[in-house]
Design a protein around this ligand. Structure first.
Ligand code: SF4
Length: 343
């Protein structure tokens, strides 16, 4: 049988256990190990009889086909290189914050959006992930955290790929994480998009109070289109209008992501123009000094220039923060994923 446990429906799991001569209550035990404790090997399911654990191991149905092939750590961040069942590779990032532990989830292998400042975007698109491959990232992260008696508390859909370009699987994944299986509050989940307007409108009607984060990276369409090819399809004004609509419809926070690139979009006139577009709004602006990656000529601005850009925004009454830099030393920061998977 070429399916893993996480991808099975409840009925499939029951009939699989029946073929192994097991009663239904075993399913509850296995699900608890997998979804509550993040155990990804049957051998570690301590309250199951040893003979059953061996039968499960040899049944041809692993907990998940995904497996961690490398871990890269720094003080606050762990990047997981994950091999999928078909041999494709993705990355997921675990980040420790004072308010909890976030998992940055990948939604695609590669990305079609081709943003010039992003390692994933320059590596091309290979395929969408299924919701269960996203769930597996969460399981593998929780499995890693078991030793510390900790679990993932927050999800950010900011890994490899454009989550709203894989809309149904992304929403399916989010609904699973909010279900009693994982019990993560939708308020602790953030979806990031490069501004796919129709999908943002659709998201506003999902009755899922999740946070929305929109990558602007430029204060006008001309500059934006040079950095993000989607800028040619969706005009900035339309994106901003849809962000207002999302905030009003859901009552959730909408964040603007703005990657600062030296000499490209970090000038005072860029900050002034951004102010003119969003003044009076409740959008939170997250400034991200560029995280350079192998093969890119784009550069990070100086801390002084970054602070100046922030000051112009805050002086106009906007909320603007500079993103705490996590994981850049291990190639796990924003925009660095997937360019160079190291094992
Ligand atoms: S920034 Fe996001 S949308 Fe753009 S190429 Fe990278 S992963 Fe894709």
């Amino acid at each position: 049988m070429s399916i893993d446990f996480v991808s099975m429906t409840q009925e499939m799991r029951i009939s699989w256990l029946e073929t192994l001569g097991q009663p239904k209550f075993r399913l509850k035990q296995i699900e608890e190990w997998v979804f509550t404790h993040g155990v990804v090997n049957y051998a570690d399911m301590a309250n199951l009889p040893k003979s059953l654990r061996e039968d499960l191991e040899s049944s041809g149905v692993p907990v998940t086909f995904s497996r961690v092939v490398a871990e890269h750590h720094d003080a606050t961040t762990t990047k997981l290189a994950i091999l999928l069942g078909d041999g494709q590779a993705i990355e997921a990032v675990v980040m420790q914050y004072h308010h909890g532990i976030s998992l940055c989830v990948s939604s695609q292998v590669g990305c079609k959006m081709a943003c010039s400042f992003c390692a994933t975007g320059t590596s091309g698109f290979r395929r969408n992930l299924t919701r269960h491959e996203m769930v597996s990232q969460l399981l593998l992260a929780n499995n890693l955290l078991r030793a510390k008696n900790a679990k993932i508390t927050h999800i950010v859909m900011m890994g490899m790929g454009e989550p709203l370009d894989n809309y149904d699987e992304t929403i399916g994944f989010i609904r699973l994480t909010c279900s009693p299986l994982f019990g993560i509050s939708p308020r602790r989940i953030t979806v990031s998009t490069c501004g796919l307007v129709p999908q943002m409108e659709r998201l506003a009607h999902e009755d899922l109070p999740i946070n929305l984060s929109v990558s602007l990276h430029a204060p006008n369409d001309e500059l934006r289109s040079t950095l993000m090819p989607t800028g040619k399809t969706y005009a900035l004004n339309k994106i901003l209008a849809t962000m207002h609509y999302y905030a009003e419809s859901t009552g959730r926070r909408v964040t603007i992501e703005y990657t600062l690139i030296k000499g490209v979009n970090d000038r005072e006139k860029d900050a002034d123009e951004l102010v003119s577009k969003i003044k009076g709004s409740k959008f939170h602006v997250n400034l991200i000094p560029l995280n350079p990656f192998l093969g890119s000529a784009l550069e990070r601005p100086s801390p002084a220039r970054t602070r100046k850009f922030q000051q112009i925004l805050t002086a106009a009454g906007l909320t603007a923060t500079i993103r705490r830099e996590l994981g850049s030393e291990i190639g796990a920061a924003c925009g660095q994923l997937g360019g160079n998977i190291r094992q």
